[in-house]
Each structure stands twice: as C-alpha cells, then as structure tokens.
Design a protein around this ligand. Structure first.
Ligand code: PMP
Ligand code: GLU
Length: 384
C-alpha cells in the first residue's frame, strides 16, 4: 500500500533524541543536553528586527520560487567575497532550510540505479534522501587515524560507471573534520571531467577553530561546473527554526531544479528571507559565537580525555565531539540510553551516522552544563 521507498526510511535519530531531550527538560528533569544539533544562542536581535519589519510592512506573501532578488544578490556577494566563487543570483535557490537544498540537489540529479559515494561517518539524512531518490549509497569508510577524511586512493577505487555523485561535508557533522585546500584539490583531480557531481555541504563553514580557514570546493579551478554547494543560516546565524538555506550551482542546473521548488514548497518563508537578509549585514556577533564554541570545545575535550574508556576526537570545526566508546563494551545505542536513564545526559548514538562504537556529544550548551555533563559521564563510566 505504502511507497516502499518511504517505508524503507529510518527516522532521524538526531531529531528524535533532540525532541526527547527537550521533552524531558520541559518536564523539569535536569538533563544535560549533549544531543543538540543547533546553537543554544538566541537569534540576535538585529536579525529578529529584519523579520519584524517584514511582518509589519505586510511582506507576508509568496516570493519568487528561488527567493527574493535582494537576498540572492547579497548571497552572491557573500559567495564571491568570502568563498571566492563567481556567481550571481541566477546560480542560487533559497530554500526551506539547507536540508531542502540537499533534497532538491539529490532529487534533481539522481535516478534509480545511480550510485552516490558517501564518506562515513555521515550525517543521518544523506542516506535517507539518496534512498528516497531511488539511488544507491556507496559508503566510503574513513578512519580515526586519518582524521575521518577520505583518501584519494579509496575514492578512486570507489568510483564505478554508475557513480553520479560524491557528497562532501566539511566541517563535518558528526566528526568535526575539515579539508585543506591541498586535500580538496586531490579529490578534485579524481572527479574532474568525469560525469560526477560533488555535493558540498558547507553549512558549518563559519564554525572553524584554531585559526583555520574554509575553502569552498566550487572555488577550485574549474570545479564550479561540477559542484553543488549547500549552505544556510541555521548554524552560522543561530536560526534553525527559521528554516533558511540555499543551493548554489551551475545556472542550467539551478533553473531545472527550480521546477521541484515550484511544485513542492513554492518558496522559502518570506519573513525568514528578510531575516536572513539582515543576518548577512553584520557578522561580528558570529565571531564572538565561534570564540565561545572554541572555549567549550576545549573544556569538553579536556574533560572527556580524563574519562576512562572514552576517547574523544578533537574536532577542527562544527560543534560536535565524536567519541570512541568501544572500550566500554556497550553498543552506541546502549551507551546513550543507559547514560540518559542513569545520569540524565543525552547524546546521539553514531550507528545512524554509519559509525557503530562511537557517540556524538554536542557542545552547543553552556560551560556549566558541559562541566556537569563531564562529571556525570565520569561517574557513569566508573560504575560500568
Ligand atoms: N547539513 C548538515 C551537515 C547538518 O548537520 C544539518 C543540520 N541541521 C543540515 C545540513 C540542515 O540544516 P538546516 O537546519 O538548514 O536544514
Ligand atoms: N543537523 C542537526 C543534527 O545533526 C540538527 C538535526 C537534524 O536536522 O538532523 O543534530
């Protein structure tokens, strides 16, 4: 009766556990939330102001499917100046969250039988979207020893005549790994000129630590013709609930996939688009947020390093600490459910990320919570 592509999907473990954590907190439970996939900072006032002005002036109707022109112009400026791309408004679709940009890209590109190379560990929604499009996931495993980055020889070996897409996500959810220009160039050399697109999810580009800089895949010489870049406001502007993201790619591709938007969401929320326009005008607070995340990363990493049987991987970016918990003898799921039940600390089991034996702990929470969480995890592990 149901579409088998839908019945074969898994629920999003990140959203499920985040919702459970919020519910427990609402019930008055003192839960330490290491599950959060969103900044705990409130959306800044100057961004809210942009939305308020939109509402008050009656900017509450459908917008063009690909987004309002002034937002696309500002995004093009940002992409040219900060990411070294050569794009204009015609290369951009503003979407309902970056998640919908990914969906539009994946759906626009893939047909049943196509193969997608997906580096693992991966964020939970990629394989499900690929399955929904009827295509096949070709998992490309990475290791802790290689900082969870794909190796050129492994990529070469994974490519077949059916390969249509390579997904890159850096800084990465859940490992925090990121790629240098040289590493990206080595990947580009392999896919260059082939009938393969790269979907580069750069939603955590602003959340980088230790003074690193972000290099956009599409900025490599000639790569723009084969690259679809996804980005959004959820993480960089603390705007998860506003649902605002964008897809950047070759103009002919963008114009074709606009039909998907036409017939599904019509356009992104008009008020959120005005808020996003305001967000692009002031970046200082973003720098402060990143500094705060870096302090929290160091605190959580230091604390977990002192924990028996847990080996944290120091992330280069994003706000997740990926931890090897194999020495505890527990599965990822059992570790997370026992930790939540016994000590009220919530984190995400990484089996859904294609990495059994690991858990993801988010440091998008206050330093007090992080300290409390570390103490509780130490107690939990010592009693195993
Ligand atoms: N890509 C990655 C890697 C993510 O972690 C997320 C999480 N939300 C998204 C895309 C989607 O973000 P959005 O809230 O803009 O849909
Ligand atoms: N991307 C975040 C996470 O991984 C938010 C939840 C989601 O969209 O999956 O937790």
């Amino acid at each position: 009766m149901m579409n088998p592509r839908v019945t074969s999907l898994n629920r999003s473990s990140t959203l499920k556990i985040t919702a459970l954590t919020k519910k427990l907190k609402k019930e008055g439970k003192d839960v330490v939330n290491f599950a959060a996939g969103e900044p705990d900072f409130d959306t800044p006032d100057f961004i809210k102001q942009g939305a308020k002005e939109a509402i008050d002036s009656g900017f509450t109707k459908y917008t063009p499917s690909t987004g309002i022109l002034d937002l696309k112009q500002s995004l093009a400026e940002k992409l040219n100046n900060e990411n070294s791309l050569s794009v204009g408004p015609g290369n951009i679709i503003v979407t309902t969250g970056a998640k919908y940009s990914l969906f539009v890209a994946i759906f626009g590109l893939l047909s049943p039988g196509d193969e997608v190379i997906l580096p693992a560990p991966f964020w939970v929604s990629y394989p499900e979207m690929i399955k929904l499009a009827g295509a096949t996931v070709k998992k490309l495993s990475t290791t802790k020893e290689n900082d969870f980055k794909i190796l050129p020889d492994d990529l070469k070996a994974a490519i077949t005549s059916k390969t249509k897409l390579l997904i890159l996500n850096y800084p990465a959810n859940p490992t925090g790994a990121t790629y240098s220009r040289e590493e990206l160039e080595a990947i580009w050399e392999i896919v260059k000129g082939k009938d393969i697109f790269v979907l580069s999810d750069e939603i955590y580009e602003k959340l980088l630590y230790d003074g690193q800089t972000h290099v956009s895949f599409a900025s490599l010489a000639g790569a723009d013709k084969q690259t679809l870049t996804v980005n959004g406001f959820s993480k960089s502007s603390a705007m998860t609930g506003w649902r605002l993201g964008y897809l950047v790619g070759p103009q002919d591709f963008i114009s074709e996939v606009t039909k998907i938007v036409d017939h599904t969401t019509s356009c992104a929320c008009s008020v959120s688009q005005k808020a996003a326009l305001a967000a692009l005008k002031d970046k200082k607070w973003q720098t402060d947020m990143v500094k705060e995340f870096e302090l929290r990363r160091n605190l959580l990493f230091g604390g977990l390093t002192e924990c028996d049987k847990i080996t944290p991987v120091k992330p280069k970016g994003a706000f997740y600490m990926f931890c090897d918990i194999t020495e505890t003898g527990l599965s990822s799921f059992d570790f997370c459910s026992q930790l939540l039940n016994k000590e009220l600390v919530s984190c995400i089991p990484a089996d859904g990320f294609g990495a059994e034996g690991f858990v993801r702990m988010s440091f998008a929470t206050s330093t007090e919570s992080i300290q409390k969480g570390i103490d509780r995890i130490k107690k939990f592990v010592s009693e195993l």
